[in-house]
Write a protein that binds this ligand. Sequence first.
Ligand code: 9YT
Length: 137
Amino acid sequence: MIVRTLKGTLGSEREVVSKGWTSRRLLLKSEGMGFSLHDTLIEAGAQLPMHYRNHLEAVYCIEGEGEVETTADGIRHQIKPGTVYALDQHDEHILRARTQMRMVCVFNPPVSGQEVHDADGAYPASDDTPAVAAAAS
Ligand code: 9YT
């Protein structure tokens, strides 16, 4: 069994700070679970364009309020504690935080540690990304 605490990630290499967010990565690829699990803070007022081409992500809000807009159709979904959104179509989106938001994020395939967004708002593909795995076999 693996047991980790949020406190144990603080100030370690599992705490990844980027523009508008801080991701506390509780479970990573190295844990071998097939997903990664993050406790992520989004700064109040942050507007984050993202497009996880190489990952599926589910985001469960546990604190704060904001909205997520799907870029393709401009639809805005209000996000508050108890709401989850799942980017099942690798949806390009913009997250806007009205207050600081605390999100529990799950990535499949798992991130390996220090990933931050590239210019397109994506994380790089890992060896576990289906297209990469297929190309390698
Ligand atoms: C909600 C969201 O996607 N925020 C960006 C950070 C990312 N989820 C992470 O790595 O925790």
